[in-house]
Design a protein around this ligand. Structure first.
Ligand code: HEC
Length: 123
């Protein structure tokens, strides 16, 4: 009998501890989930670095971000925030697969730099 009570008490303690650990883990993963959104790279990218990387985009979006075909949007003068958000959603695979491949290897900082560059160009 004594052993049963001890076992019950022990399992109670363990389950409380388990619940606390689970809550802590949830809180931690919440923090991780929200971190990328909180870090606002939206503005303040480095346009010079963006200009270097922009070579990757010429084949589709044209020189100086001026597309020569309606299949690809012109990026020159496009709103910086829209470029960042557009690229991030394309990177997440939400739209065209071409840009999903294109953006897969880019960091948030790369995207911010590219956005700073293209948004600074005359349309
Ligand atoms: C292989 C061709 C290709 C390359 C290379 C490419 N893109 Fe794209 N891009 C596309 C296509 C196609 C779309 C339209 C996707 C859609 O809306 O379905 C697009 C869309 C975009 C958009 C969204 C525009 C909007 O209207 O919101 C941005 C921003 C963008 N590209 C930036 C870039 C940048 C910056 C680079 C270079 C790092 C790049 N792309 C390289 C094909 C390409």
């Amino acid at each position: 009998m004594h052993i049963v009570i001890t076992a019950l008490a022990l399992s109670l303690v363990l389950s409380v501890a388990g619940a606390t650990a689970a809550t802590a883990a949830e809180t931690a993963s919440d923090a991780v989930d929200t971190a990328p959104q909180e870090s606002t790279f939206l503005h303040g990218g480095d346009p010079a670095r963006g200009a270097e990387m922009a070579k990757l985009c010429i084949s589709c979006h044209g020189h100086q971000g001026r597309s020569v075909t309606s299949r690809y949007p012109s990026l020159a003068g496009m709103d910086e925030t829209r470029i960042v958000e557009g690229m991030k959603s394309l990177r997440a695979g939400e739209k065209g697969h071409m840009m999903a491949n294109m953006t897969r290897g880019l960091s948030d900082q790369d995207i911010a730099d590219l956005a700073a560059y293209f948004s600074s160009l005359d349309p």
